[in-house]
Design a protein around this ligand. Sequence first.
Ligand code: GDP
Ligand code: GDP
Length: 436
Amino acid sequence: MSVVAIVGRPNVGKSTLFNRILGTRRAIVEDFPGVTRDRNYARITRYGTPFVLIDTGGFEPASEDHLLAQMREQSRLAIEEADVILFVVDARQGLTPSDEDVAAMLRRSEKPVLYVVNKVDGFSQEAAAGEFFALGGDRLFSVSAEHGRGMDDLIEALLEALPASAKNDALAEDETRLAVIGRPNVGKSSLINRMIGAERLVANPTAGTTRDSIDTPFAYNKKRYVLIDTAGIRRKGRVQEKLEKYSVIQSLKAMERAHVVLVVLDAEEGVTDQDLTVAGYALERGRAVILVVNKWDLVEKDQGTMKKFTENVRRAFKFLPFAPIVFVSALSGQRVSKIMGEVERVSVEFNRQVPTSALNKVLEEAVISHAPPMVQGKRLKFYYMTQTGVRPPSFVVFGNHAAGVHFSYERYLANKLREAFGFNGCPIRLTFRNRG
Ligand code: GDP
Ligand code: GDP
């Protein structure tokens, strides 16, 4: 999955541009109560090409760092992690020294940079925009993020600049791809080494389709798996790489290509907002999720500890009630072997195909035990349902008034499907359509 990052000084219009590119097609996750929404990144598809758009302004450290230091940090982040960079400047403000400073950094990178001159609302700014050629770009994109001006050209150029692999990220379908995500220092690398060390490697690790991820194929119970490892996990060293914001972008990238996402938590530190954000994103993308509580060796335990911890995790991740929780210690190796068993079970569920007849039996019983509500004086009716896909399991329910189906009834039906068929660890997609 390609990443497009928006950089630039505060107030040049980065978030306005972000929202403009998203338009109305932003995937809304409102269907999942409790999901932390993050306005700073989004997955977008334009003309069949998917990419992740990131407003780096949103990853600014909360501290009162100097402006320039912040911008350098953002740009470094974008240079390291993004495939295409949108560098935004402000036509009303004109060229500033910090624009030049950032431009110099971007030029030294080998990443494609699109120079976006924003706030070109009318002719007078259009004429003034030319001064930004001094930043070194061959082409300037004059836009008004606020009014939507110039967006078609910009998006077209952006899609052209994406790496070729983005356009056909063909993935083998007979393998299950795992991503291990979590904040720095929760023990991801230790866990991966334990897991992979124990299983048979079927091939040497190879560069993934994105240049900065490593795919490690291995076999477990005669089935093929691929561990997607973003470079940052294995490449240890520089202190900056431990900054929290890195893990968000890397997590997004790894998750895009994964089927099953292992969200690793630190037993000592408990659940953080960032854990919820990345897990919410995994859910939004329809990935299967397993919650792995690592460093269990550090927790002082009595009989009720695990139960209590489980309750806390469940409460925090209330939008993932179906995700299995595993308690492990990567350090001692305790219960690490349980993880692959869980992955195996979850991926069976993720690929489960239920015959239409069995689905309709469940639908019929569900409607009898809890009648759908009246909408605009008419009783909602469901005629039949069918499964339209796997990974994640997706269903279409045909009825008389699709638009009138409330989320609570949708959740009720989803729960009935889980009761009947399992789908442990998997999100379920339900759509409603009018029978035409
Ligand atoms: P950020 O800090 O770079 O994310 O900037 P924002 O997106 O928050 O925008 C900063 C200010 O510039 C806001 O008041 C926006 O309404 C305004 N702005 C953004 N785009 C345009 C534009 O195309 N024209 C004008 N005139 N104002 C804009
Ligand atoms: P990453 O940044 O998420 O990849 O985390 P690492 O695998 O580098 O681990 C960070 C630190 O936590 C290292 O010092 C590990 O030795 C330590 N660590 C990892 N797993 C465990 C565990 O299960 N128990 C304990 N006590 N320490 C652990």
